[in-house]
Ligand binder design. Sequence first.
Ligand code: DGL
Length: 290
Amino acid sequence: MILSASTLSPPETSCSSPKNSQRSRIGVFDSGVGGLTVLRELYRRLPAESILYFADTARLPYGTRSASEILQFAREILTWMVNQGVKMVIMACNTCSAIALEAVRREFHIPILGLILPGARAAVEQSQRIGIIATPATATSNAYRCAIREINARAKVWQVSCPEFVPLVEQNCINSAYTYQVAQQYLAPLQRKKIDTLIYGCTHYTLLAPVVRTILPSGVRAINPAQHVVAAAEQELELMGVKNTDSPSPTRFCVSGSAGQFAHLSRQWLGCSPKVEKVCLQAAQKRPCL
Ligand code: DGL
């Protein structure tokens, strides 16, 4: 399985000058607000970069979709992002990274980064007993288990799929008693296994960290793969010579569902209400929008 953090694809072979490539946006996508955890890391680590953020809110959650649907969604989003002129794409979605990354890297001539290998590498660095909370599709794919075992065949890995988490985050029910109860149930099997490390195997789940942290013993190390994929993105930009050094353009936020709802929900994670555009991916591909 090819799960490298950075693709070896050559830089785009368009006529744009290196200066233009530097200024081009990095495309970041997820099914919803989960990818904002990656965006926050980008703001922190690569503040000069301009970002195009896309949330496929009309079709979330991805984690209960079939592998062929997830691959199709990833292809549509990447086609649209390439048409927008991005210089790199970060899949801020573990589900897409687990299911679609390998296939789309062969199809698109642009660097595409996923979360699985950066997250697995960070987890294996210091631990032997690793728990993963992930969407049903990511857990079924075994992508994290395989990536971890490729690095350390002796590491013990337990995965729990948490289908209720994404709807709870998207409905802004982070602090409800019900969410706490659901989190307790999901985490109980991992606690019984005495894990020393937990991977947030879905970007939405990182937004539940305040709840998860009150349940797990304080000694359990939490891995947020968003931090590690952004570190890999920085390396890749440097390698390609397209790291931006000028001031960035404001982030462009696009969604496939309700712009107002996304703006309202994301306000708490961004600290301001973003201007959000609704886009139709099918229109970009000359197919009628439903
Ligand atoms: N946040 C995404 C992930 O990391 C997708 C979650 C979903 O839509 O089910 O997997």
